[in-house]
Design a binder for this molecule. Sequence first.
Ligand code: FAD
Length: 370
Amino acid sequence: MPTVVVIGAGVTGLTCALLLARRGNVDVTVVAKHMPGDYDIEYTSPWAGANVLPMSVQETSRWESRTWPELQRLAAEVPEAGIHFQKARVFRLAKDAATDFKGPLSDGLFVPNPWYKTLMPDYRELTPDELPKNPAVPLIASGCEFTSVCINTAVYLVWLLGQCAANGVKIKRAVLKHVSEAAGMSHTGRNADIIINASGLLSCRLGGVMDTTVQPARGQTVVVRNEGSQGMMVTSGCEEADDEMCYTMTRAVGGGTILGGTYQLGNWEPNPDPNVAIRIMKRAVELHPDLTGGKGIEALDIIRHGVGLRPSRKGGVRIEKEVIDGNWVVHNYGHAGWGYQGSYGCAERVLELGRQLAWRGRHLSALPSK
Ligand code: FAD
């Protein structure tokens, strides 16, 4: 059987390991410094909201399009995965519309007539009288609504890990200095035929990879017990800072409501900034007054303040194969703010690349395609 070692137990590595193991006929070992259950600034996945708000600036996104059906299935049929359906409202601020959403936070989510309108169920443009009218909220030019999902990442990551274990994946804690070390870390004792590099932000420090185009996009959040009845909301920006916006989402199975947030490129600061936290909470209750029954931020019941570093990469995600020190490595890192909503699409591509590889005279077409 082919032998695969996956570096990383974030949403990226675990999804790859699960898809491989489910298809059978392959020995999979996951090696990681951090695991579900850990909260560490070097480990992005637990800090995400997370939800599905398609962001690709291309005409269509294979990663997001191929992931949505599986997240939809999990929300509908697998409650223990910690994913539920929620309506999402996307608001385009007049000031951002004026620049065609070309600011630092711009992405395909906010453009009018987006590619994803045929992907996300119940997509529709909001009527002017459905736009928030609170004078404290910046002028909103237009908005749209669709059915999406919100993922309780604390539950989902543990569920993914459990699914991996149930499908025969072996898990090891280890800190690798160099990507090639993974070759000798399979639980089988055999050398790995393929190493999958899903080391996220730390790809900029992992020997043999050292990708200098990877940098953090710092996301600060506040998690509260309050729940609103209006679903998820996001604005294209805000008045106070170019690298901040407002979003709210309520997680499945008691995960609280996430208030965000920031997108600060190149910022490694692990501690929450109290001034930013106040701004996040203020904007959230202004946009979503329902959260506090129309009261101010004093009525928010805070669970914790959080900071996570999105693995941003100039030029976008890296999914490609490469020989490093004689080992075949398939990279899958640099998902910035869409690692969950692209997870299955990207993992599928990793498997495609894996199947194309030849190693030590043995063609890995043995990796099953379905
Ligand atoms: P990580 O989760 O960082 O995992 C990397 C893994 O590699 C870890 O297990 C780590 O220990 C391991 N590793 C790294 N280096 C080594 C080494 N040398 N040796 C051993 N192990 C190593 N995405 C969405 O889709 N929707 C959202 O709504 C969303 N919201 C977000 C909100 C915030 C505030 C943040 C911070 C992120 C958000 N994201 C969202 C983005 C998403 O969280 C990331 O894209 C995703 O978590 C990246 O996952 P990953 O597995 O690639 O990296």
